[in-house]
Design a protein around this ligand. Structure first.
Ligand code: DP6
Length: 312
């Protein structure tokens, strides 16, 4: 019997960067995200004689995946599994493949082994594997904060159908993985201010989402992104995830907002640029970003649903 689960990546508007010391991948900062549609991880699971993992058709050894399976097995009866995972987008290039990957994995194992987890429990196991994965369990607007550090839905996608225009500026894997980058950043002199101020940013952003206040969310989300990149730059050695095209896209998006278009920019631990906008602005934003030399591809994406099993 094969069990199949799907999960979408998410984009943080208030960023998670940094971990609470010695607590099993507990984030040091709360975060708030939107789950995407179109981009998807599909994970198929079968019971086997020994664990085997394939990513996009190739056998892979993955420490985080092995740790996630060990964590599940410490709590549930999970047999050896063959896990086949596919992304319809570039892996490890700042499009959050680990988020959709672990959300799909935990959902598939829960369904395959009939573990009976609720969504909060799946979110907690996904979070222990990769912080951002906790948020991909849910669709629409999602919050991840303490004390329990299971994500929770804030607003359904139909209640505020924002659009996300992704400008792909490089298909290369990122230079420094998020977990390693975060550990380095925690020694930065900027780090304590980042953690303290992000708690306040998060509280305000939850209100802006509930009020569907685009302008307030735009200003705050762009600030959270640039503040995280400020911390990354102030890490030793400095974490520079941008390329010249990334910066060109950032300037273009800010110029469009200054000209009155409802759009803002966010960038994660990679060179891709995500422009978040009201639906009426998406066509113009996509055209403007497509015209920038060096932009490889433009993806225009809506907000998506949470992780789910394929109906048998
Ligand atoms: C910049 O969730 O990939 O995308 O918990 O170590 O797996 P680990 O980190 P990860 O970090 C995501 C960082 C980010 C911001 C965000 O998504 O909140």
């Amino acid at each position: 019997m094969t069990t199949i689960a799907y999960a979408h990546p998410n984009i943080a508007l208030i960023k998670y960067w940094g971990k609470a010391p010695d607590q099993g991948n507990v984030p040091a900062t709360p975060s708030l995200s939107v789950t995407l549609d179109t981009l998807v991880t599909r994970t198929a699971i079968e019971t086997a004689d020994a664990d085997r993992f394939e990513l996009d058709g190739r056998p892979v050894e993955d420490k985080k995946l092995a740790a996630c399976l060990a964590d599940l097995r410490a709590h549930y009866d999970v047999p050896p599994l063959v896990i086949r995972s596919r992304n319809n987008f570039p892996t490890a290039a700042g499009l959050a493949s680990s988020a959709s990957g672990f959300a799909a994995l935990v959902t598939a194992i829960d369904g395959h082994c009939r573990l009976g987890m609720d969504a909060a429990t799946r979110s907690t196991f996904a979070r222990r594997a990769s912080g951002s994965a906790a948020r991909s369990i849910f669709g629409g607007f999602v919050a991840l904060d303490g004390p329990d550090w299971a994500a929770r839905p804030l607003l359904e996608r139909a209640d505020w159908p924002l659009r996300v225009v992704v400008a792909v500026t490089s298909a290369a894997p990122k230079a420094v993985a998020s977990s390693a980058g975060m550990r380095l950043s925690m020694a930065s002199p900027f780090y304590p201010a980042w953690v303290t101020s992000t708690h306040e940013d998060f509280r305000l952003a939850v209100d802006h989402v509930r009020n569907r206040d685009f302008d307030a969310l735009a200003e705050l989300a762009e600030h959270s992104c640039l503040k995280m990149h400020g911390l990354m730059l102030a890490t030793r050695p400095g974490l520079v995830y941008w390329n010249p095209v990334t910066l060109e896209c950032l300037h273009r998006i800010r110029a469009l907002r200054a000209a009155g278009l409802p759009v803002f920019c966010t960038i994660d631990a990679g060179p891709q640029v995500k422009a978040i906008c009201l639906p009426e602005a998406a066509g113009r934003v996509a055209a403007e970003l497509r015209a920038i030399p060096g932009v490889i591809e433009i993806l225009e994406i809506g907000l998506g649903s949470g992780a789910s099993l394929e109906a048998p």
